[in-house]
Each structure stands twice: as structure tokens, then as C-alpha cells.
Design a protein around this ligand. Sequence first.
Ligand code: TRP
Length: 336
Amino acid sequence: MSKRILSCMQPTNRLHLGNYLGALHNWVKLQDEGDNQCLYGVVDLHAITAGHDPGSLAQSTREIAAAYIAAGVDPARSYIFVQSAVPAHSQLQWLFATQTPLGWLKRMTQFKDKAGKKQDLASLGLFGYPVLMAADILIYKATHVPVGDDQKQHLELTRDIAQSFNQHYCDGEEFFPLPEPYITGEATRVMSLRDGTAKMSKSADSDMSRINLTDDADTIAQKIRKAKTDPEALPDNAKGLEGRAEADNLVGIYAALSGQAKEDVLADFGGKQFSEFKPALADLCVDKLSPITARMRELMDDPGELDAILKRGNDKAQSLAAPTLEETMKILGFWR
Ligand code: TRP
């Protein structure tokens, strides 16, 4: 059976190497595998749940879409869409909001982390964020959702919403399929260049902790040269990376970018110092990222063309989503 795969990113800040190796790289592989049908959204409605700049939202939305295309998502085969331009997402979200107990949402650890001690000041939208995410997924009846570890709980909530709808309104028949997570593998978990135990993140204070997809070659080389390491030489097998978070991270990045296992990288670099490994890693990074960066710039320089691609994607997405919304409303007994 063909899989229907859906994943999304928020248009907040810049994309970095972690987004590329942890997500985009994978998305492209999934698109090229079997007869998967892939949908990739830019979730701008999610991006306004925690304060945003109206002056840059549209441009950030274009930038994320450009990154998808530059990384290899093919708009002719996959759907690339903007969430706010496909109204069925918001409409289904309302229907789900009325069916989701507050208790389920109160358990969401990401809300607790984001709202911190000031929960009463957090918006209803931030609290309901996972319900909108469930709508993103179920409006297309997606079967597989590639997400990072931090989104696993939201995906479980999505399954709960789908299951409870099926049970309550469809006599347990599977109207909404229960989507499976595609948790991205260990090898592609990219950590900060300053602290091998923290994820590479767009919100970390120091820009030196991440490689942005828009960094030029010199900046990339400088960030890798300055990346934190330990004084030891590289081990000659993966076991030797245990307890050496920074070394493990850099070897992992090399492995992912070159399409090798860490063992293979260490077969070449075992016993060598970082002073030798880092320049090789910098060259590899520049080699792999510069075509993506260049393509992204090209797309950003021609917003007319990019917008036309997005409009086609939005239309395709809406025509896939609309019948599901219609059926859901019929099942709920609305006047039509
Ligand atoms: N919550 C996701 C994140 O921050 C983004 C997201 C929104 C998403 N809707 C989605 C991811 C649907 C996968 C599927 O990473």
C-alpha cells in the first residue's frame, strides 16, 4: 500500500544543519522511495502562537518553502503548501477542538516548557497548538509523519483524537487512519557545536552553535574550526565515541553528509587529531550545503516564481483536504 507522508516546519528564524540532516534530507529520501505520496507544509499558523514579527512572516514562509525545494523536494511530485492558505486546516482544527478534553492538552510537555511559570499569560492558541497539528495530519489522512523526538507526544495526541472520533462517530470504523511516527534516526540528530549534549537549535543564543543553511563557505569553515572538542585524537571505532559528545556529534555530521556509517568515517580518521578532521568536515559541509544555499538564493530572488509554485501546491492541497472536511462535517451532522 502506498504511504501518505506528511511533515511540516514552522517559519520561525533560520533553518540550520540540524533541520537539513534531521528532516529535509529524510523528506527527500521518502519522496524518492516507492510510490509514497508526500505532503510538506509550512505551518505559519503555528508560528504565530508564541509572538512573531508581522513584518517578516511572509518572507520566512517563502524561505522555508525555498529550503524544501533547494534540498530536493520536487513540487511536481510532492505537495508543498502554506498552512494558512489551505483553510481546511483551521476548519478541521475547530471541530477537533470541541472534541478534545483539556486534560489531554494539559499533559503536553512542550506547552509546559514553552509557557513556563506564566501559563495564564500563554495564549489559547499555544495551548491548542497540538490540536491544529492533529488537523494538519488528519485532514490529509496521512499514514506516516516524520518528526523529531520532541514531537512524539503531539503525534500520540493526534492518534488519540483520530481514535476517539472513529469510536464516537463511526462505530469504530477507521475514518481517520492512525498515523505512525517516523522518528528520525540517531545518526541524524545534530547537536550544538558548542555543547554536544544540546540539540542544534534555531533559538540558541550563540550563532556559533549552529550552521545555518544561509551561511557562506567562510562562515561554515570558521564555525567548524571553533567547534568545541576534547584534546584527544579521534578513536578508530564508534565505541570510542562514548562519553565524547562533541566528537560524536562531529563524526555523526560527517557520516550523515557523506552517506556513510560512523564506523567508516573512523576507519579513515581514527588516530587523527581534530586539527586534521575539522578542515575535512568543513570542506564536506561546504560541498554539500553550497548547492542548496545557491538554489535557495535563486528561488528567493524570484519571489514571483516561488509564489506561483506555492499557489499550485496550496490548490492541490486544498482539493485533497476539502472532501475530508466535508465528510467530517457530514458525520458530525451539520446542515450541508
Ligand atoms: N509542531 C511541529 C514542530 O514544531 C511542526 C508541525 C506542525 C508539524 N504541524 C505538523 C510536524 C504536522 C509534522 C506534522 O516541529
